[in-house]
Write a protein of this length. Structure first.
Length: 206
């Protein structure tokens, strides 16, 4: 395959998946409130725990992604990370109640309990998803002159996906589907995203 064609196909795959990953990431944050509500309520403390956990997970993902991609600059890196996030989400509906009951009984429903519950739901899968942007930027940049444009576009597309995921999950999915069904849906979407990334050809390879 010609390098320009391979480059365009890789870029298309990465940008499309940036939108998908951003959408699922924020969609699952909104869904996390449904998992926490029966045990910790839906007040500002619960939302503080959720938002703080998401930001911490993204921080971990950004650092990890930036470190890993310098050693292994391949779409398979983010494909693997997205696949691991999908697998984690697929386990959430089966284990969430037991985990929340254990946290509530062991720590209580105060700030530490809320943070532990949010971390159990979100920290690991969203850390995996957080690796996406730094790896994607490294794969797309061909010269320092275009680094700003590429970084801005990756984060912009991902953020548009996050806006869509927040609104679609809140106003369309949650009123019509149960939390567990939505979680399985997100896991399936991420699994497809992971497959498309793993099968993407690194630039310049036939």
């Amino acid at each position: 395959m010609d390098r320009p064609v391979a480059r365009r196909l890789l870029a298309l795959s990465i940008y499309a998946n940036a939108f998908v990953v951003g959408g699922v990431l924020m969609g699952f944050e909104m869904l996390g409130s449904r998992y926490l509500y029966p045990y910790f309520g839906g007040g500002i403390g619960t939302w503080a725990g959720l938002i703080s956990t998401v930001l911490l997970a993204l921080t971990i993902g950004y650092f990890a992604g930036g470190e890993i991609v310098d050693r292994h600059p391949s779409p398979r890196v983010i494909g693997t990370a997205v696949g691991l996030a999908a697998a984690y989400l697929a386990l959430v509906p089966l284990s969430a109640d037991r985990v929340m009951v254990g946290i509530l009984g062991g720590i209580g429903d105060g700030p530490l309990g809320i943070l532990a519950g949010a971390a159990a739901l979100l920290l690991l899968p969203l850390s995996f998803l957080g690796t996406f942007s730094p790896v994607a930027i490294r794969l797309l940049i061909r010269s320092t002159e275009e680094s700003g444009r590429v970084a801005g576009f990756v984060y912009g597309v991902s953020t548009v996906g996050s806006v869509f995921g927040t609104l679609f999950t809140t106003f369309a999915l949650i009123p019509t589907l149960g939390s567990r069904a939505i979680t399985y849906l997100f896991a399936g979407i991420l699994a497809l995203s992971a497959v498309s990334l793993v099968l993407s050809r690194p630039e310049g390879r036939a």
